[in-house]
Design a protein around this ligand. Sequence first.
Ligand code: HEM
Length: 486
Amino acid sequence: MLVFTLIFFCAILYYIRFRRMRKPLYEISEVLPSVGDLPVLGHTHWFIGGPEKLLSNIKQLANLVDSSGGQAQIWIGPLLYYVTLNPDDVQKILENCLEKDVSYKFLQTWLGDGLFVAPVDLWKVHRKVLLPIFHNRIIEEFLPTFGEQAAVLVKLLEEQAGKPEFDIYKYITSCMLDIVFETAIGEKMDVQHNPDTPYLRARSCVMSIISMRLFKAWLQPDVLFNLTQYAKIQRENIDFTHKFTDEVIKKKKEQHKKGELLKEGKKDLLELLLNRDFNFTNEQLREHIDSITIAGNDTTALVIAYALLLLGSHDDAQDKVVEELKSIFGESDRIPTKEDLSKMDYLERVIKETMRLYTVVPIIGRKTQKELKLKNFTLPAGVGCAVATFVMHRSKNLWGPDADSFDPDRFLPENSVNRHPCAFIPFSFGSRNCIGRHFGMMVMKSVLATILRSYKIKSKTINRLKIEILLFPVPGHMVSIEKRNP
Ligand code: HEM
């Protein structure tokens, strides 16, 4: 009885302390608008269901937020989030809140303190060291790799030419894996010819478990997750992927020490990091390299595949891209150069419009570290901020009544002059934006230009989407292709 009374009192004391520590959150919660919440549950019920249901729930909730003034509080279990669709507030959040939200902790088990998830103090130091290796001048050195791998892709796609529709995403993601591995670590993986390796299986297994955990409330507490078989499977597969990168780093460091790496000419990102005057530990190197190869692969592959789906259902836009490519390349089948890419204005607008309509990183999560003064409220420290880019990118308030339709010319300079800098943020915004955005734009242009010079694409419109960390179409990226110059 005594023990029970003691536990009871301890629990009460803990609860009082917990409430007191979180007093500022409850105070702001009194004034922030709320929509779609239930007593006790808050908004947790909106985040239950499979990946497709989840996306449609989030869209419904966002519509409620939009129609009630564009900002609201969302409670997921004990976590308070502020959601705003107002670009001024989004700009303040992305410029001032550099700490990632707690939901990124599931990625941290894998990527440690890699740039993508690093705590802000460490991130500040490491971002400065990594920034120069993503300079345009360096990315331009990778153009031959982009072109060569895109040519392999075009060759492999021959097996589908003239046949019924197929999922083109698996071809593109293999091509992007080859590009990202060669440019990041100098390894020619040849995934395009060998898509089923133990390393790639391990990688996709970890991705699926993390994605599942992110949206299944009961798998989130470590104590519960560790009781499931997923915990063991995740550990084994993470260890496997870590071992792979560790071995590459060990080999490269030895070559670096012995002076065996080329002094001049093209270098991969890992070599460039070893050349920086900064002593990364092997573990930090692995965390950065893994973050880069993971953040740079599916994102770019998805945008390329969505662009093909959109062009496949908009013949006029596809014809315009092909005309532009003809004016640049004529009959030549050369690999795109820096000058070629700089002339692809219409293709660039197509890519931007694709990223607006299909924002592959649909939500960005940050956390206030200190008080943040917004237009109507001052948020205390410790509030999660959810920036729903995929909702903002289709907002009729920001993009007009035809926000849902495909119109690359929205991105003509004359149509963009009055646009808010945070109305279109597929690569996020502020100092913690995507470090690989120039890499991404160049690789997407190179690969799309190479595919579209060889094939005519046909597709139906996309009507079912799901969220699995990134934004995927439920039926896959189904297209049919025909050779342009058989
Ligand atoms: C279409 C292509 C891409 C899109 C849409 C994209 C989008 C994004 C977004 C939205 C963020 C911020 C995420 C957040 O704050 O939660 C981000 C960060 C990041 N991206 Fe990208 N990305 C793309 C391509 C790439 C590429 C090609 C690389 C590397 C080769 C890359 C590496 C990174 C890294 C390392 C970060 C973390 C940056 C930091 O926290 O300082 N991304 N990306």
